[in-house]
Write a protein that binds this ligand. Structure first.
Ligand code: 13P
Ligand code: SF4
Length: 364
């Protein structure tokens, strides 16, 4: 019998899917682990055995014993699960079109081009450590592995940058300029020592003097969700509720992070609000599904959690993982069919693992 197609599943309602997911999980038992990122919608998130930010879920994938790792998240996360898991384990992404628009802003040919151009003005392999945010394709992690570089997440970015500056004098940070800038500034690197590499322009749009003087070369990428948060939104909210505590994900713009009381990963945001006293009010700059969940979870403790933007800022690619796709991949596994396996070619995986291992070594 061949694998079942997705089409009939798209006609199921969420309640049907719920029952079918529960039944399939029961049958698959310990051969299955479901990992869920904090941005997943509730109908999917509730089925995760483990939830977390990118770092926590990478560690979970690396230590899982299950044969099937179903990743409810986006493409680069499932790639990391494949790279860090045993060769006989199978990483599955319920909808393979669930990508990350920020990750797509850097690709291998542009990064290699940038490296070549930088090498024309200085000895790149001696003076620059390439750092890729985990939100990137596996071949960029492999590039970093091959060039003495490293991966970072929003949790360990300061530890990673510390490590980098012990190796070489400069960092090329891709694809998210904001995480790079916010982290470096907090570590004491002034904005004047940072330049933005515009990948659409020769030499990144920079002069030789600018490149030679820079400590941080920031790729001109950004997250379309977090760019919606603005410093004025904080001012307007605080004019009404001055006691508000502001917390932002470091993919948010510099001005937003500077006006925030706390900056950190999705896991950090959750823990900070969880540990706060009853009666506190929070303005949060991160994805809407997570903020709505925090609002629901903490209102019973008398905490008020608000979303920073007046517009809806959902991660549309995270949202592609729906109960229909989850039911589809699980029922296929029950029938002995693997659909939507994410497999990173061995040579790429080996070099990417080097960069990921360096990251895990320096992570808190
Ligand atoms: P975290 O690692 O903080 O969960 O961030 C992942 C992400 O994609 C944020 O947009
Ligand atoms: Fe990518 Fe932004 Fe979605 Fe995170 S929120 S997965 S960075 S598009």
């Amino acid at each position: 019998m061949s694998a079942q197609a997705i089409q009939p599943y798209t006609l199921l309602d969420d309640e049907d899917c719920e029952q079918r997911i529960l039944a399939a999980r029961e049958t698959l038992g310990e051969s299955l682990v479901i990992l869920g990122h904090h941005y997943q919608r509730d109908e999917v998130f509730r089925h995760a055995d483990f939830t977390g930010d990118s770092l926590k879920l990478s560690r979970q994938a690396a230590s899982s014993k299950a044969q099937y790792i179903v990743f409810c998240g986006v493409h680069f996360m499932a790639e990391v699960a494949d790279i860090l898991s045993r060769p006989d384990q199978i990483a599955i992404l319920p909808d393979v079109s669930a990508g990350c628009s920020m990750a797509d802003m850097a690709d291998l040919s542009r990064v290699e081009q940038a490296w070549q151009e930088l090498s024309s003005v200085l000895d790149a392999d001696e003076t620059i450590t390439p750092v890729t945010y985990i939100n990137s394709a596996a071949n960029l992690k492999a590039f970093c592995g091959a060039h003495g570089g490293i991966v970072c997440t929003s949790t360990n970015a300061p530890h990673v940058l510390d490590w980098c500056f012990q190796q070489r004098e400069k960092v090329l940070f891709f694809p998210d300029q904001h995480l790079g800038r916010n982290t470096a500034f907090t570590m004491g690197i002034p904005l004047e020592d940072m330049v933005v590499w515009d990948f659409d322009q020769p030499m990144g749009g920079l002069s030789v003097t600018q490149i030679k003087a820079a400590k941080m070369i920031l790729w001109k990428g950004f997250c379309s969700v977090h760019q919606m948060f603005k410093a004025e939104q904080i001012d307007q909210f605080k004019a009404k509720f001055p006691e508000t505590r502001v917390i932002a994900h470091p993919e948010s713009a510099f001005e937003v992070c500077q006006k925030s009381d706390y900056v950190g990963s999705t896991e950090y945001i959750i823990q900070t609000i969880a540990n706060a006293e009853a009666g506190t009010r929070w303005l949060v700059a991160t994805e809407l599904n997570l903020v709505n969940r925090l609002h629901e979870q903490f209102k019973h403790e008398g905490k008020n959690v608000h979303f920073m933007s007046p517009d809806v800022c959902m991660c549309s690619t995270m949202f592609r993982i729906d109960p229909q796709h989850l039911a589809w991949v699980l029922e296929n596994l029950v029938d002995g069919h693997v659909v939507n396996q994410i497999r990173v070619p061995e040579q790429v995986a080996n070099q990417a693992r080097t960069a990921l291992a360096r990251m895990l070594d320096v992570s808190p």
